[in-house]
Design a protein around this ligand. Sequence first.
Ligand SMILES: [Zn+2]
Ligand SMILES: [Zn+2]
Length: 333
Amino acid sequence: MTAYGAHADKNLKRGAQNSLLSRREFLAAATLLALSAATSGCKTAYTEAKEPIIDIHQHLGYSGRTDDVFLAHQSKMGITKTVLLPAGRSVNTASTHEGFSNGLQAKCLGNQDCYSFAKAHRKEYLFGANEVPDLNDAVKEIEKYLKLGAVVIGEQKFGVECDSPEMQRIYELAAHYRVPVLMHWQYKMYNYGFDRFYKMLEKYPKTRFIGHAQTWWANIDKNNVDDEVKLYPKGKVTPGGITDRYLSDYPNMFGDLSAGSGLNALTRDEDHARDFLERHQDKLIYGSDCNDLLGTVPGCQGAKTIETVRRLAPSKKIERKLLCGNAKRVFRI
Ligand SMILES: [Zn+2]
Ligand SMILES: [Zn+2]
């Protein structure tokens, strides 16, 4: 409960116990309490200094960043809750491009480290579960951490077909444990077959999928032509791209605003972005995926994305959904 709610709660009790409050005051206090409950912790209480912001996309040891710098970074960005996404184990397989993509191609740490860190910082950190999907015991390893309380499977960033039997086992597991699967889409590199992914969205209606990265964001544009080199297209966006349609047509598809790709999608055409945020206000979720050291604007991509969401969100209510409410609902946190 927020401090605002606690205040109302105290008034209610006093009113009930001592009958010191008039009926009108009592009803006003009850209304305040109901209001604060309805916003489920995403609205800033006037007594709270920090407006809650959930970052659904961070990594431990990211590009070699130390834990102290990481903690300070999240705090400076104003993050109140962070989800740590582990890497899979380090192996030399086709799915890791013979080891090139180990550590999510950025030295990120794995399940045990994320779990331990989240346990040591319970109030502000949660953890995901992950594994290289085509290893024999991938499901067993992911399930181990789901049982320990992982809130998401991911980030899935491996060279595999999006509808391979291995990936389908992960989609089933996610539905069983009622956690989302977060996927990094990058043309000819990670999760192949974006244009036929609708078949998975239809086959696994109970699985919540979260799209992320270059190919996910390039395809907000109907005129996008996938290109493994030009991964950050600029300029005007024509609505109706594959990503736009997946978000519109499938209740189980969500979008992660993180990384340079998410920020680029908002800034390349701000008029389009305002409309996009309005149309998909219940589907888009803030994440930073930021390996910077500062946590402040200028110079820090994660902080810049928060600033951009605040500037372009059509209303305060929508901004709160993007920075907090949608994460709470989709991750059930
Ligand atoms: Zn990624
Ligand atoms: Zn990432």
